[in-house]
Design a protein around this ligand. Structure first.
Ligand code: SF4
Ligand code: SF4
Length: 327
């Protein structure tokens, strides 16, 4: 699918006063979509951002980080292959595409947070590799955070695999046996072998080794698995904010934020299955702070849209917690 709104994006870009200096190296952070996902942003928009940066005498590159679950982005090589299959190639974009936490996932750095759930958070060691950033986020729904936009892109998007695990640690799969057909997909996709077949043919989930990646939930063809919180769902929202705030402290003042309110689906671009559109396209939005851009994005789409899609997720806690910790 080609991006039909490239001219709209260009109009927004022309209005942005950037913090970059000629010659700066600028990292464009985005999610290029999990293997099998069909709702990710087409690469035309990233190419337009790269072109806009190059016209200003800057050196752009595109980056993302590796993920916890098996599929097309767990290993750096696979993630670059998935990016290429989705059209995110250096040839098309006109700039390099890299994995920010390194080809072995070990290029990471610890950032102090001060307090809260994490004394420090571990994220990709990208901060010395770029003079500035464009945080380009696909705004849509999300199973665990209600919505996903700039906050999620800064938080889960910059997090090392260990930090992703720390944020997901409270999430568990819960089987609704009446809907399960014993197809085995959840066992097949589980990256830790926590999902196994029991003696009765139904899957079981070993919570001692489950990392809460939710991949089994996402892949189940019969919606037989639901998400259960070991603590409560607000903790995840707070952890998300703490990680985003720590990253933002590193890059604020040298970053442009853009949300794409397009193809607004129920779930995020990690989602391999059916992912219905829940609201018509609303174009692009720029702002100077991650919570402000996401709050305005929610206002444009309507909070009711996300409450209906994810009624049990207290996503509002992201904003109240952000205020409490001075993010
Ligand atoms: S059982 Fe746990 S580790 Fe395995 S796929 Fe499900 S959530 Fe992930
Ligand atoms: S993927 Fe879903 S339907 Fe298939 S075995 Fe697992 S829980 Fe049951």
């Amino acid at each position: 699918m080609r991006g039909p709104y490239v001219q709209d994006l260009r109009r927004l870009l022309e209005k942005i006063k950037t913090p970059f200096l000629r010659g700066d190296r600028v990292g464009i952070k985005l999610h290029w979509g999990e293997k099998g996902n069909r709702s990710f942003l087409p690469p035309d928009y990233a190419r337009e951002i790269a072109l806009w940066l190059k016209e200003a005498g800057l050196s752009p590159f595109l980056f993302d980080t590796t993920v916890l679950y098996s599929g097309g982005r767990r290993k750096a090589e696979d993630s670059l292959q998935t990016a290429a299959e989705h059209g995110y190639t250096e040839n098309f974009l006109g700039c390099p595409v890299i994995i920010a936490d390194g080809m072995d996932g070990r290029s990471v750095v610890d950032l102090q947070t001060g307090s809260g759930h994490f004394p420090s958070v571990q994220v990709a060691a990208i901060f010395d590799q770029a003079d500035g950033y464009v945080i380009f986020s696909h705004f849509k729904g999300h199973m665990e955070s209600g919505f996903g936009g700039a906050i999620k892109n800064l938080s889960m998007g910059f997090a090392s695999r260990a930090q992703k695990q720390r944020m997901h640690a409270d999430i568990r799969p819960l089987l609704k046996a009446g809907l399960c057909t014993k197809c085995g997909v959840c066992v097949e996709v589980c990256p830790t072998e926590a999902a196994r077949f029991g003696a009765d043919g139904f899957p079981t989930y070993d919570l001692e080794i489950c990392i809460g990646c939710a991949q089994c939930i996402g892949f189940c063809p019969n919606i037989a698995l639901q998400l259960e919180w070991e603590t409560d769902a607000t903790v995840f929202q707070e952890k998300l904010i703490e990680t985003a705030a720590a990253v933002w402290r590193q890059i604020k003042g040298r970053t442009v934020l853009i949300n794409a309110l397009l193809n607004i689906t129920t779930e995020c671009d990690c989602w391999p299955g059916e992912n219905p559109v829940i609201h018509p396209d609303q174009g692009f939005l720029g702002a100077d702070h991650p919570t402000r851009i996401d709050e305005e994005s929610i206002r444009r789409v309507g909070a009711e849209t996300f409450k209906k899609a994810h009624p049990d997720i207290p996503w509002e806690r992201q904003f109240s917690y952000a205020r409490e910790i001075g993010f």
